[in-house]
Design a protein around this ligand. Structure first.
Ligand code: FE2
Length: 383
């Protein structure tokens, strides 16, 4: 067996209705000036933000609390700079990211920017490398999807240049993650399906990744099975508590895979799509997935058949059967299966293809000539 190493530096708490106890466990981390970075509106309306603010203020070592809630669904570079200015003003000692992936990614970016005179944009465009200097981040996800609570990346969008990309570095691992499925129980249908599909994407892409290990592959299998069983259950009944818990768990363990096996072409190709159309990560992934799977099949046939069979709960063999099963699954969730469904014009495919950045080589299908353009083209045509 090939040797590998595993990096899980985040202190991790998982369960239902455990967040208050977890905060008490890490009260040494919660000290001085605390800043909550959140997407705000719905979490405030549901009372979750108020509850968290109260619990933080009552924590014995906390002096002040600041809330930054200007975070878009595709968090922007300009918002990060705004958050950094606020964190510096407040002399923040620790940042809590409370919300979906956007809030947690923004928390990481703010924590990074607050400890340097460099603009966040310098890290975003690779002009500065992420060092060790960063404020501690406590990540509290409220959706089951992105796995950002355990990953070493902050995904941002430069809305002026329409460019979406990631700041990456080991310092970006949150110091603690509190994964409490109770927060996910009020997430509406479409966001539940979109974020749930992201879990599946992390599982499948990290499974075929050249950086996969026996450990991450085992976790992928578990996550694919969980999504295959639980997400359709949630599509029928959003109040299914057991399904919510299991999706939170699957999302969390895929966060470990993000840091240890990485994602592949669909994630790299979704970024330009999200930046251009301001559509969600999960929607874009769904629209790209069947096209990618068809190409991936040529390079990772056994893995694709295995994953698709686990997802569908029956044996699936052959390229057409695999892409067909995926299309059927995506359709059941009410997600798009083609770029045309997202309002993308054919003339935009070249613009997107040129904007693809990041590491592609972990994906076995990346060796195919002109693969980026081919996947966009096929995903656009709905085949
Ligand atoms: Fe993702």
């Amino acid at each position: 067996m090939r040797p590998y190493h595993l990096n899980i530096p985040t202190k991790l708490y998982y369960g239902r209705d455990i967040w208050r106890g977890a905060l008490r466990e890490i009260e040494q981390m919660l000290c001085g000036s605390v800043m909550i970075v959140t997407t705000g509106r719905s979490l405030a309306r549901l009372g979750y933000l108020g509850d968290l603010k109260r619990a933080v203020t009552e924590s014995p070592l906390v002096d002040t609390l600041t809330v930054f809630d200007k975070v878009s669904a595709n968090p922007r570079l300009s918002e990060a700079e705004e958050g950094v200015a606020l964190a510096k003003d407040a002399k923040a000692d620790v940042i809590i990211g409370f919300g979906g992936g956007s809030a947690m990614d923004m928390a990481k970016a703010v924590a990074l920017g607050a400890k340097t005179d460099e603009a966040v944009g310098a890290f975003f465009y690779g002009k500065s490398a992420v060092g060790k200097d960063i404020l501690p981040v406590i990540a509290v996800p409220t959706t089951a999807g992105t796995g950002s609570e355990l990953s070493r990346a902050a995904i941002l969008t430069d809305s002026t240049k329409k460019r979406k990309g990631g700041i990456r570095g080991d310092a970006l691992y949150p110091r603690a993650a509190i994964v409490d499925s109770i927060f996910t129980e009020s997430v509406p249908f479409h966001i539940t399906m979109q974020t749930g599909f992201d879990v599946l994407a992390h599982a499948m892409e990290s499974y075929v990744s050249k950086a996969a290990s026996p450990y991450t592959r085992m976790q992928s299998e578990y996550a694919v099975r969980t999504v295959g069983e639980m997400l359709p259950r949630l599509a029928q009944d959003l109040q299914d508590i057991e399904a919510r818990e299991k999706m939170s768990y699957a999302s969390m363990i895929m966060g470990i895979n993000l840091g240890n096996a990485s994602t592949g072409l669909p994630h790299r190709l979704q970024y330009p799509l999200g930046a251009l159309t301001d559509t969600s990560h999960g929607q874009g992934l769904a629209a790209l997935y069947c096209a990618w799977l068809g190409y991936e099949y040529q390079y990772s046939r056994e893995s694709v058949e295995e994953m698709t069979s686990i997802l569908a709960g029956r044996s699936i063999r052959g390229k057409e059967a695999c892409t067909g099963a995926m299309r059927e699954f995506i359709t059941r969730l009410g997600l798009p299966v083609a770029l045309q469904e997202m309002g993308i014009g054919r003339e935009q495919l070249d613009i997107m293809a040129e904007a693809v950045t990041g590491e592609l080589a972990n994906d076995p299908a990346a060796q195919e000539q002109d693969i980026v353009r081919k996947i966009y083209e096929r995903a656009w045509r709905r085949t």
